[in-house]
Each structure stands twice: as C-alpha cells, then as structure tokens.
Design a protein around this ligand. Structure first.
Ligand SMILES: [Zn+2]
Length: 723
C-alpha cells in the first residue's frame, strides 16, 4: 500500500512541477520556443534599470520648475531628444504645436470687508528643502482662467457640484455675480467641472482651496515631516473643459501644427468663461471665518477649527487676474526603435514632461522611469535584441493644460495610428507610494495581470501578489476608489478596466480607437500640483530608494516587449465581452429601464463572447503547435488590431463628437463612464436617443463578432489544410 501511494504521490509532484514549469515559460501570445527566448530577453531587460540612474534622471527633471511653454520645459525637450539619441533610439524628432497660451501675468486677491486681508498666493519654504527657495516658483494660478477684475461678495459652495448649488438655493442664497469659494474634493472631481458649474450658475469667479480635511493635517503629518500638504500648499491646475474636447481649444479635432486653421476663442467650447484662482488653506481661512449666513451643513464642514457658514453678503473680495493668451509653442519629443520583423506595427508609449512646478511625482517620477525605460530598450537593441515590432516613445507637453501635446500628436497621426498601432501604454505619475494601480482596456487586462508575475515588488513578493493583496485590502477597507473594479479579485478582473480621462491616454482610446494600458503606483500624497511636490518629497516620502521608479521602468518595458514580440497579439476578447456584459448589467439597474429593450444587445454580447472564447482556444492551440505561418499571423494580428477601432462611432457620443469610443468615456468630473452615449441618454431619460445608442452598440458588437468569426475561420482553414 505504502509504496503504491508514494508512486502516485511522486507522479502527482512530477505533474505539478511540469505544469509549474509550463506556467513559467508559457507567455500569452508566444509559441513555447518564443516564450523561452522572450523570457531571456526580459531577464536581460529587467537587469538594466537602476535606482541610482532613476534618481539621477529624477533630479534633472525636478531641478527647476518646468511648466508647459516655459523655457526650462523646452530645454528639457532638447535634453530628452539628445539623451534618446545617445541611448540608441532612432528617428528622434521634436514636433512643434502652436497653442493658445494661458500663463499668468499677475493675480491678486484681497478681502476688503468686513476686514482687510491680502492673500499671499505663495508657498513658503520648508526647513531642509532648498528647492523651495527657488525664485522662479510661480504663485497661485489656474490654467485657462479668463482675465478680469471683480469685487463681489463670497459664497461658500462646498465642492462646487450642481447639488451644492441646489442646497444654497434652498437656503435662499444666489451666487449670481458673486465669487464662489469651493474646496478641492476627495474623491477627486476635476476642477474644470467645478468651474463650468460655477459659470452655469452665473458666478463672477470661482476660488478653489485645499481643505486640510482632504489632503492636509487631518490626513496625517504634513511637510516637511510628512507627505501631506502643509498650510501654504496650493493645488494649481487647469480648468479647461477638455471633457468636451481636449487639446488646443482653437483646433478642436485637428492638429495645431504651425499655420493650421484656428477658430476664435469665443467659439471654443473647451475654453472657460469664468475667472478662477486656487488658494492654500492659509489664504482661505480668513475668508471662511468671516462668512455670514446660515451655518453650513455637517458634511460641508471642513478640517479647519472654525464653523463654516454659507456666506453671501458680509465678506467682500477684490479679485484681479491678468493672463497672457499669446500663442505658445509646445514640443512633443518622439523617438523609436524600429521593429526587426514588423516595423509597421507599433507599440506606443508616453509620459508628459510639463509640471505645474517641479513635478516631483507629477510627472517627473514618470519621466525618470521613462528615461530608464528608453536607456534599457536602447541597450537591448544595441546588443542585437531588437523588438519584432516598432516601439514608439513620446514625451508629451502641456498635459496639465488640456491633455494638449498628446491630443495634437494623436490628431496629427490618427490615420497612421489606426493602421499601425497595437496599443498605447501611458505612465503619468510613476509613483507616489507602494500601491500598484494598473488600468487596461478589458481585452488587455489578462495580459497585464500575467505580466505582473514576472516583476518583483520591493516587498519581496511578485508584483502580481502585491497587487492582488492591495486590491483585496482596498476592498476590505471599503476605501476602494471609484477607479477599482468591483468584480472580485480574480486574474481577469485584477486590472481596472474602467478608464476615464485625466491623462494622455485619452486621445488614443477615445479618438484614435487604440487599446490602452495605464501604470501607476500610489500612496499618501497631499502635495499634488504644489511646489512641495518635488525632489525632497520623493526622497523622504514617495520613493526614498527609487525602487518603485525602477520597478515601473521594468514593468513598462516588459509589458511593451510582450506586445512587441508576441507571435500572436495577446488580446482576450472573451474578457472584453464579459466586461461589456457587466457594463450593461449595471446600466440595466437604472430608473425606468423598462423603456429600453436591451435583449438584442445582450444577444450580441453572447455572440461576441462565444467568438472570443473560440478565438482564445484556437490561438492557444496554434501557438502550442510551435509555428505560426507569417501570413496567417499578419491576418490574425491585423484583424485583432481592428477590434478596438470598431468600437468607434464616427459621429461620437451625443453632444461630444470628439469622443468616439462607445464603450469608454468620461464624465465631466473625469470619472470613468462606461457606454457613455447610452448611459448619458438613460440618465437623462431620453429614450429615443437611448434606443439609437443601443443600436449603435449592437451593430459594433455584431461587426466585431463577424470579424472574430472570420479570424476563427482562417485558423480552421489552415489547420484543415495542414497535413
Ligand atoms: Zn500628470
């Protein structure tokens, strides 16, 4: 008995070891032999990025303020181009776009009643951080504010969302012609939406301050001793209505190359028509403590040791803003490594360069990671390990102003991208802490999860295990931001597949129709868009050993290399189908949904899923067979690349024609919005439009099912023809 059991046991161990070995060497999209060579390339690649180099590059980018359009930011474009050439990147070029400028000439805010207070609009230096004494640190300003001079009473409007104004109305308080004081909000709501709401309400100006409850001492230790925002920190930012159309407001839908046609600023729908200024809580407090009117409700009270009132009469403020709206050149740096076998299939990567001040986290952590990524890729190419497909890398400009550089570049090359691009991988902030947040369109979610197995988190676990643990923890704590998916922590659902706006992936997903991936590490971070987001902050709080920067370079590169080297692209359309089903299920919970028949949509989702599952199986067995004929690979890969393009509706979503993707969109707050055209119509109870949008969705699903059926047929034909 015992020997027999042992034999069975040993056999089981052998099977387990074999399958483990298989799991380690088989990579989605690769034949067994190519999985092995890919693993070798990746090991070599992962050994190159170093924390010392990450830190050295981070210092280059954080040495001086480098806002879009500034001399320093343009010098950094030249620096990147020169570095990339040295690193071995090819065809390095700098694209110029002429953009409607929005830099401040001057700004002042003075309370003139009931007492006088002149706002400092500056950030004081902190002990131990010499960078904060830099005289070129800007004062308080918001990009795309209009110029103006107004003296008016102040009303406190909480977060400045539409429902906040309803509450003011109930209290008999009008904001017409007045200055509204609102606070930045957590969870994040884009400040441009606050500005639009104030504009719609007829306010003369909006002032947005950072309450200590959201990102200051109520959260924990503030600078210089902790990561949270100190008394004087100012969250700069833009208020551009880029949820309507991003990029240069004067060229909606086409590129701002020198000499391009331009519309008038008065006609630009993304240009705000309101004055706006940010404040530190130090500058907001004198206003808040003098406000009259009813006591603000409990959830409007903030972290300052005062009672917040709604205001409306007593506090009067004189606000003056003068902007420079001359045309400004923005520069996008582009470099590439030509693919050895498939040069006309592109993996595009990018990070923005411009920062509100030093950009310690946002974006220079990403820029440093990108520089180590390109150095490592260049080194591989120099040593003969050239990717099969072409890698295109871009340093964007003016992301902070209106996703501007990436939008103009994407619009300029849209046709070529639709023909050649496999995917876009975005890194904005690489790291403000240890918690990984990976986003991907649903078809790339499984490959992203698989990729995280192969890089190591500084905690010693694989990034995959660290990621899983942090998603589980967030779910358990119930602190899950709206960004995390709520479908359980299984591999297919590890990546956040709900992609809103707010960074440079927008043009590629929503306008060009490219699958996108976004990579980021998060942590306690209370100095966003302030001068305190700098080299000191990163070295004391964000990533003191630059380990997460290094991990980001590794992860970014391995993800790109898998897409670049795969025999058959690692898309999973069954995963896409089940995500779309989830989106539809959530929509179906809406009010009065009996008005809308979604049966046909559901049938098409089932068909698409069945075709996707069959394709997954066929691709897997094709790869397992060891060889994929290059003609067949071309058919399959180009077919799969077409799927994302097929989610575009050329007319765009109702009211926002630039946003063409029918599965992914963003609310005005930048929050993710699935099935945007359909969902907005349902929320507005506009049933004719909802029916139309459902039909568009149904047609796109059916087109993609037919496309996958064709790919499935091409696979069976070849295997039937095989001897
Ligand atoms: Zn950023």
């Amino acid at each position: 008995m015992i020997p027999k059991h042992s034999a069975v046991f040993l056999f089981l161990i052998a099977v387990a070891l074999l399958s483990l070995a298989h799991a380690q060497t088989s990579i989605l999209g690769f034949t067994p032999a190519h999985s092995t060579s890919e693993t070798e390339i990746e090991s070599k690649f992962k050994s190159i990025p170093s924390p010392e180099e990450e830190r050295r590059q981070h210092r280059v980018f954080t040495a001086e303020p480098h806002v879009a359009g500034s001399k320093r930011n343009n010098e950094l474009a030249d620096y990147i181009a020169a570095e990339w050439r040295k690193q071995g990147l090819e065809d390095v070029v700098i694209h110029r776009y002429d953009i409607y400028g929005t830099n401040p000439k001057s700004a002042s805010l003075e309370m003139i009643a009931p007492t006088r207070y002149q706002a400092t609009l500056r950030e004081t230096p902190l002990t131990g951080d010499p960078d904060l004494k830099n005289p070129s640190i800007s004062g308080a300003w918001l990009g795309m504010s209009i110029s103006g001079d107004v003296t008016a009473p102040v009303v406190y409007a909480h977060s400045g969302n539409p429902e906040d104004y309803d509450l003011l109305r109930k209290n008999g308080i009008s904001v017409k012609g007045k200055i509204v004081l609102v606070r930045y909000s957590n969870p994040y709501s884009y400040r441009g939406f606050k500005a639009l709401t104030a504009q719609r309400e007829g306010a003369a100006a909006i002032v947005i301050y950072s309450d200590p409850q959201e990102d200051g001492y109520k959260k924990g230790k503030v600078g210089p001793g902790g990561p949270w925002g100190p008394e004087y920190h100012i969250q700069r930012g833009a208020i551009t209505y880029d949820f309507m159309v991003p990029g240069d407001p004067l060229t909606p839908g086409w590129a701002s190359v020198p000499g391009a046609k331009r519309i008038l600023i008065e006609e630009a729908i993304s240009a705000p028509k309101i004055m706006a200024l940010p404040l530190s809580w130090h500058d907001a407090k004198p206003l808040l403590e003098n406000l009259d009117g009813p006591l603000a409700p409990q959830d409007w009270q903030g972290g300052l040791p005062i009672q917040y009132h709604l205001g409306g009469e007593r506090v009067k403020v004189h606000l003056k803003i003068e902007m420079d709206n001359g045309t400004q050149p923005y520069y996008v740096v582009e470099g590439r490594i030509h693919g050895s076998e498939l040069p006309d299939e592109w993996i595009v990567m990018g990070n923005h360069r411009d920062a509100w001040v030093f950009g310690g986290v946002d974006p220079s952590s990403g820029t440093a990671s990108m520089m180590e990524l390109t150095r490592s890729l260049g080194k591989l190419a120099k040593e003969g390990m050239r990717p099969r497909r072409t890698l295109v890398v871009c340093s964007w400009d003016g992301e902070e102003v209106g996703l501007t550089g990436s939008t103009e570049w994407g619009e300029q090359f849209a046709e070529e991208l639709r023909a050649k691009a496999v995917a876009y991988i975005n890194v904005d902030e690489a790291t403000s802490g240890p918690n990984f947040h990976g986003q991907a369109v649903a078809s790339l979610a499984p490959m992203l999860a698989e990729t995280t197995h192969t890089v190591q988190d500084p905690s010693g676990k694989s990034l995959y295990d660290a990621w899983k643990a942090s998603v589980a923890r967030e779910k358990a704590e119930g602190t899950q931001s709206g960004q995390m998916n709520d479908s359980g922590v299984v591999d297919e659902n590890l990546a956040d597949t709900r992609i809103g706006s707010g960074s440079d992936h927008t043009v590629f997903l929503n306008f060009v129709g490219m699958p996108v991936i976004g990579l980021q590490f998060d942590g306690d971070y209370g100095v966003y868009h302030s001068a305190y987001d700098d080299f000191y902050w990163m070295n004391h709080f964000g990533d003191p050993g630059y380990k997460y920067h290094t991990l980001m370079s590794q992860l970014w590169g391995v993800t790109a290399l898998r897409l670049a080297n795969a025999d058959l692209l690692p898309f999973d359309f069954a995963s896409y189908a089940s995500n779309v089903r989830q989106f539809v299920n959530e929509l179906a919970k809406g009010k009065d949904m009996s008005q809308l028949d979604l049966t046909a949509v559901r049938t098409e989702i089932d068909n698409f899923e069945a075709a996707g599952k069959q394709l997954n199986e066929s691709l897997k067995s094709k790869l397992k067979s060891g060889t994929v004929d290059s003609k067949l690979a071309l058919t399959l890969n180009h077919g799969m690349m077409q799927v994302e393009r097929n989610w575009l509706n050329p007319d765009g979503i109702p009211g926002r024609p630039w946003f063409k993707h029918i599965l992914y969109g963003a609310r005005f707050t930048y929050a993710h919005l699935e099935l945007p055209g359909l969902t907005e119509a349902v929320e507005a109870q506009d049933w004719p439009t909802a029916k139309q949008q459902a039909e568009i969705l149904q047609r796109a699903l059916s087109n993609n099912t037919q496309l996958l059926d064709k790919l499935n047929a091409s696979l069976t034909q070849t295997s039937a023809a095989a001897p």
